[in-house]
Design a protein around this ligand. Sequence first.
Ligand SMILES: [Zn+2]
Length: 185
Amino acid sequence: MAANEVYASKFGRLGSLPMPPGRGFAILTCMDARLDPAKYAGLSEGDAHVIRNAGGRASDDAIRSLVISYKLLGTKEWFVIHHTDCGMETFNNEIMADLLESSLKSASIDASGWHDNGKGTGSIEGKYINWLTINDREQSVIADVLRIKNCPMVPPEIPIFGYIYDCRSGELIEVPAATRAGAPS
Ligand SMILES: [Zn+2]
């Protein structure tokens, strides 16, 4: 709240920005706390849509946001940006379902994988969810670009670019096969 007070005190002209993103693009990326899309892509308020979820995956809800992004707010280019050392590479659907079934406490990870720490009642609901985990980083970018590209509500002229953000260097590295898959047609 203290930080917000300082931010709001210098808000100035930002209070009159238009709703459509000024630079006309959208980014789909991971919620990982180490990623700051405004910094890694040089964004200011009003510049771009940033859609985030675990993994930066093309989930139904991410696609919902992207469709709104172009249909109602005019974006013309999209970027799918996954990253190195993503937590989504550390488990799969079965592991997540088992951890949730074991308990609702936070689990922990060590060299041999995830372990549940809680005792008592968990939930079997995790078995019914596709957690959209990642086992090959480049393939996940390609798959998500393709899923978005193949969505019948997405116009063929929107280019979709695929990138991997390197958590060690801060660099964005293109996945050429993803960008080819997302080329306008
Ligand atoms: Zn991640």
